[in-house]
Design a protein around this ligand. Structure first.
Ligand code: FES
Ligand code: FE2
Length: 428
């Protein structure tokens, strides 16, 4: 349970809020590269951390993200003409380059130098692994480019999607940390979803509904270990890394790809749930890619032309009570991602954590909140650079592994937890 001030601190990420300042110190996924497919393509609206922006790719292919609204009289530049090295407002023709610098005010004489005095807010973008990343913090503190393994393997080995989730980022991310719900909410999927089924580990999961959880600090975050019984007194460990501020990975199953999420606030009532799959040592098969396209695994199908899931709160996520009764799906909602999103959105736009009752399986959530609050306070009160901004914390993998009893899981699995190019992932 949190005090109201603590819940506000963790859930508010607009400009000037402590958690908002914390988010602004990290590279965050902003857009899929394919949303800006070519020079002079249509601009894209982008709202992150409650800041409305517009992103575009100019004639030379340079990426830019600038304030959504024209400095003249506030028209949305989403209507702009993307031409000849800049985005031109269609109202009176003011034009901006990728850095937000105004380069033309047609009504004023060029020699007046008027347009040089006009500049819109802009941020750094970088493209990596099919994702356009944004850094919204102080330019002099910009970290090295992100090195998450999903964004650095060849793109034929990865599949990345995003979906709109209509609730605060924190309750979405807490679902990524809380692996205890898998035995319930997702139990129907283990033996049916083509991206999970067939793994030996599934049997350990289904044979033991009361795993023991251990949480240990790691570079820039936590490792959440779920321990179940395996043969000969050994233990089956599913290890979920969380890295600040909002990166979580799901332990893999058999030779299926590794996967995970980034939870990025749009505003305090909405977030982008980024979902990635990748295999460290092989290309994804056509069958896997097709399954992901069809919304299997952690991906979804969309309302056409949007990133809003087809199953959403306006249609009660197409809940199927007969399937619920028959236990084909535990909640009646089909698909892992929407099983999670439906319940998280049902908490309301911002979960009221002054009324919750946490138990021992929520230790990962409790520790993650503590680390986030500590880092946000240290940043705004003492100017301390938060943990986990650099590549070191990003070279991490989730793990599903059988280990001998009696050893700390993070030590016994240390090698498997480290992402290294070309190294097979540890997954049973
Ligand atoms: S409002 Fe944009 S040019 Fe006038
Ligand atoms: Fe889940």
């Amino acid at each position: 349970m949190l005090k109201k001030e603590q819940n506000d601190l963790l859930t508010q990420t607009g400009p000037g809020t402590p958690m908002g300042e914390l988010f602004r110190r990290y590279w965050l996924p902003a857009l899929l590269s394919r949303e800006l497919p070519e020079p002079d393509c249509p601009p894209v609206r982008l709202k992150l951390l409650s800041e409305p922006m517009v992103a575009f790719r100019d004639t030379q292919g340079r990426l830019g993200v600038i304030d959504e609204f024209c400095a003249h009289r506030g028209v949305s530049l989403w209507f702009g003409r993307n031409e000849e090295g800049g985005l031109r407002c269609p109202y009176h023709g003011w034009k901006y380059d990728v850095n937000g610098q105004c380069v033309d005010v047609p009504s004023e004489p060029a020699e007046s130098g008027y347009c040089q005095r006009i500049k819109l807010k802009s941020y750094s973008l970088a493209e990596r692994g099919g994702v356009v990343w944004i850094y919204m913090g102080p330019p002099e503190l910009k970290p090295p480019l992100p090195e998450w393994e999903f964004a650095t393997v060849p793109t034929s080995q990865s599949y990345i999607s995003k979906r709109l989730q209509e609730c605060n980022w924190l309750q979405a991310m807490e679902g990524g940390i809380d692996s205890s719900h898998v035995s319930f909410l997702h139990s129907g999927a283990l033996n049916s979803d083509p991206l999970f089924k067939g793994a030996k580990g599934n049997q350990y999961n289904l044979n033991d509904y009361k795993p023991q959880f251990e949480v240990v600090p790691a570079e820039g975050g936590l490792l959440i270990g779920a321990r179940r019984n395996a043969e000969d007194g050994q233990h089956y460990w599913r290890i979920t890394p969380w890295v600040m501020p909002s990166f979580t990975m799901v332990p893999p199953r058999g030779d299926h790809p590794l996967h995970g999420h980034f939870w990025v606030p749009i505003d305090d009532h909405n977030n982008w749930a980024w979902s990635f799959d990748y295999h460290p040592t092989r290309e994804l098969t056509a069958t896997e890619v097709q399954a992901m396209d069809e919304g299997k695994g952690i991906h979804v199908r969309y309302v056409p032309g949007t990133f809003r899931p087809l199953k959403n709160k306006d249609n009660d996520y197409l809940v199927d009570r007969a399937a619920q009764k028959a236990r084909t799906t535990y909640s009646g909602v089909e698909g892992i991602a929407m099983q999670d999103a439906s319940l998280q959105e049902s908490m309301g736009p911002i979960q009221d954590r002054t009324r919750e009752h946490l138990v021992s399986t929520d230790n990962g959530i409790i520790m993650a909140r503590q680390r986030l609050m500590k880092a946000a306070r240290a940043l705004v009160e003492k100017g301390e650079q938060p943990p986990g901004v650099g590549p070191q914390a990003q070279r991490i993998r989730s793990v599903a592994i059988v280990l001998p009893a009696g050893q700390p899981f993070n030590e016994a699995a240390a090698d498997a937890l480290r992402a290294e190019p070309g190294k097979k992932h540890a997954s049973v």
